[in-house]
Design a protein around this ligand. Structure first.
Ligand code: ADP
Ligand code: MG
Length: 697
């Protein structure tokens, strides 16, 4: 008999389209398909039939419960489990799962952030089935992806606006494609591939670091640069424990129908990457959330801890979540593929220009979407992209765009025999366009890769914004093109539109070294915003410009945006508060006693010697001076933290933390790092960076 191969189980825990085809009568399947394309709503009998099939399928696999799996504004996922079991006649248990339970769930929303959207008298929230993302099984629970809205229908989650943004971009992109004579195209789907970076450390050591446990990152500690170089040699091969972790992660994800591939990332010690195959953005984001959860759970099973924080270790490369984004028509054409036929080229140029315009018009929104408090420690540091948004098109395309901008292209009417010389991009070499890894937003052959996104974030906000801002540009472009009837006129006008966009927005194009100081100077000259602090970017959501753009495209209304600003600000405050309180706690209970112990050690040694010893004297003096500065900085931080109560307003409090408290926390960290270098290994109470990295070899 043939041995079982892990691939044999691919997708066994996913209620995929194939499973639906197999389990549903064809008319029901076909109605579901129409509903996913937004051509028609699901009726009750169809929902009942799907619910029944889903339940039977799940129960055959041992499921006892189902849950409406949703994405509240906490950024992670939430679920409320319900059993399939109900009392039947004569009190015999029967299993039941109706179309109603599939489509709609009701629950207490009061434990999730709502930014004031949910009045206290109406704490209910509703979940509605997102039939465009497949249900799946985890730990004997059937998980049904849902959106989460308030009693009044305002969005309380990260999925509902994403679905709206997908509609917005699909509508506008389809208009353009149709104008270019692809009349049969009905939908254009944004596709996303999310590369997830993470760190793994030993669980025993993790449990000794309260900072990692409470905040996800080390609040003190440093990696001596020399140590990095020496150790560098050893990070080539994957330790067996990690290898078996990766194997289990891959296998679990394959069962969920996720094409995952975990990899060793050579850049930082203990850092790894998992890149699944790209998918429709809604599904890709659901999968990414499952991946993050799986990484954490599997790590735990292997005596490891998975750190998803953007910057767990100061001085060591941080983690991102690269967002590879493209647009694909329902007949499979990637609109960001340069193509080798002239008319495709012009359409391609038009889409590229729409993206250029969108990114240059709303850079603050993208900066905000990709970030969180933790990402502030990553952007601009080490290998990470700087906090300035620019687009790298690659040298070849940039030359083409430059010519187009300057009107140096030829436009000939005989399309078939005489390609538009400027617009014929067939010679654009795909594999060279991705050489520049220092750009936050890079064209990589047939997609754009947005590298700023933080590893711990849901990729939802990023894609909501990307979809909506591009939809907005496309809509303006389609309005202009719509006036023309003949394809030649449309092409001519399209190139005019491209030229005018490039003339207005070429400042955003940059293919050089994005990490260099010269670029920062140049970016400033070009007037590109550099928002170093995430907190300063949050308000961009309620800019007049942004509010009308979101409203125009039916993605958010003003009230929803205001609620989000409120929630993000509270989230920011909570993150900083957790860090400060943790640092103060560790300082008092662990660092201070260690330092005192070390001083006592040298004082005793000096005393027992009888004669004055210069080394001991110097050492004691140094340690005592460290103690003084540590003690005084500890109190400064503590006092400053207390004084935050003088700023009752949400926003003011956050600004106070950002401007006044965080710098004091950094100063205390510097002193602790010096203490780490000055006390003996035996005395130092927590595992150091070196300890943690070496334990993973
Ligand atoms: P890198 O060179 O950045 O390490 P890859 O080229 O291997 O990455 O791709 C990274 C991610 O981009 C993967 O998740 C992959 O599936 C995804 N990807 C590839 N092509 C597309 C596309 N056309 N649209 C969206 N994502 C894509
Ligand atoms: Mg990448």
């Amino acid at each position: 008999m043939k041995n079982k191969h892990p691939f044999d189980d691919f997708g066994i825990n996913l209620f995929s389209e194939e499973v639906m085809k197999e389990w549903l009568p064809y008319p029901i399947y076909s109605k579901w398909k129409t509903a996913t394309n937004k051509e028609d709503a699901l009726d009750r009998p169809t929902a009942d039939a799907i619910a029944h099939a889903m339940k039977t399928w799940a129960m055959e696999k041992g499921c006892t419960h189902f849950t409406h799996w949703f994405q509240p504004l906490t950024g992670s996922t939430a679920e409320k489990h319900d059993s399939f079991i109900e009392p039947g006649d004569y009190n015999q248990p029967i299993s039941r799962f109706s179309g109603k339970s599939l489509i709609k769930g009701e629950g207490d929303a009061s434990s999730f952030p709502s930014g004031g959207l949910r009045a206290t008298f109406e704490a209910r929230g509703y979940t509605y089935w997102d039939c465009t993302s497949p249900a799946f099984i985890r730990d004997n629970v059937l998980c049904i992806p849902t959106i989460f809205v308030s009693y009044n229908g305002e969005t309380l989650d990260k999925k509902a606006p994403l679905l709206k943004s997908i509609e917005a971009i699909s509508k506008q992109a389809t208009r353009i494609v149709n104008l270019f004579k692809d009349k049969d195209i009905k939908r254009v789907k944004p596709m996303v591939g999310l590369e997830q970076e993470y760190f793994l450390i030993d669980k025993k050591q993790y449990l000794q670091r309260l900072d990692l446990m409470h905040t996800g990152r080390t609040l003190f500690g440093s990696m001596p640069p020399k140590s990095m170089d020496i150790r560098g040699h050893y990070f080539g091969s994957i330790p067996s424990r990690v290898y078996s972790f990766m194997k289990d992660v891959d296998e679990e994800l394959w069962k969920l129908g996720i094409y995952a591939k975990t990899e060793h990332n050579e850049v930082a010690p203990c850092q790894f990457e998992l890149a699944p195959l790209f998918n429709e953005v809604n599904i890709a984001i659901d999968q990414n959330l499952i991946i993050m959860d799986t990484l954490k759970k599997q790590a735990d099973k292997h005596g490891l801890v998975c750190l998803l924080h953007e910057k767990p270790f100061q001085g060591v490369n941080g983690s991102g979540k690269h967002n590879n984004w493209s647009l694909v028509t329902d007949d499979g054409q990637n609109l960001l593929e340069p193509g080798d036929r002239p008319h495709e080229n012009i359409r391609f140029l038009l889409f590229v220009c729409a993206i250029i315009e969108a990114v240059d018009t709303y850079p603050e929104l993208l900066r905000m979407a990709a970030s969180c408090y933790g990402n502030d420690y990553r952007l601009g540091a080490d290998e990470a992209p700087p906090a300035v948004i620019s687009i790298c098109m690659g040298d070849e395309l940039e030359i083409i765009l430059d010519k187009l901008k300057n009107g140096e292209h030829e436009l000939k009417n005989d399309v078939e025999t005489q390609p538009y010389s400027i617009a014929n991009l067939s010679y654009v070499p795909k594999d060279t366009s991705d050489r520049n890894r220092t750009s936050p937003f890079a064209f990589t052959g047939n997609k754009f890769e947005f590298r700023m996104v933080g590893s711990s974030r849901s990729a939802s906000t990023t894609n909501i914004i990307l979809n909506t801002i591009v939809a907005d540009s496309l809509s303006r472009i389609a309005d202009q093109l719509q006036q023309y009837k003949y394809i030649d006129d449309i092409r001519k006008k399209a190139l005019d539109i491209c030229r005018s966009i490039l003339q207005q927005h070429h400042r955003i194009l940059f293919s050089g070294d994005g990490y260099s100081d010269e670029w920062l100077t140049e970016a400033k000259k070009r007037g590109l915003p550099k928002i170093d602090h995430y907190l300063d970017s949050i308000d961009s959501l309620i800019d007049d410009k942004a509010v009308s753009m979101f409203e125009r495209n039916h993605v958010f209304n003003k009230v929803e945006l205001e609620a989000r600003v409120d929630i993000l600000t509270v989230e920011y405050r909570k993150s900083v508060k957790a860090e400060v309180l943790t640092l103060l706690d560790i300082s008092k209970k662990e660092i201070l006693p260690a330092l005192v112990k070390e001083i006592k050690f040298y004082t005793d040694a000096q005393n027992s010697l009888g004669v004055e010893n210069q080394y001991y004297q110097r050492k004691i003096k140094h340690l005592v001076s460290l103690l003084d500065s540590f003690d005084s900085q500890y109190h400064v931080l503590k006092d400053k933290m207390k004084q935050r109560s003088l700023h009752p307003e949400n926003c003011e409090k956050a600004i106070y933390l950002d401007h006044i408290v965080i710098p004091e926390m950094k100063k205390l960290r510097e002193i602790i790092d010096e203490i780490e270098e000055s006390v003996s290994k035996e005395t130092y109470p927590v595992p150091t960076y070196d300890d943690m990295f070496m334990a993973m070899q």
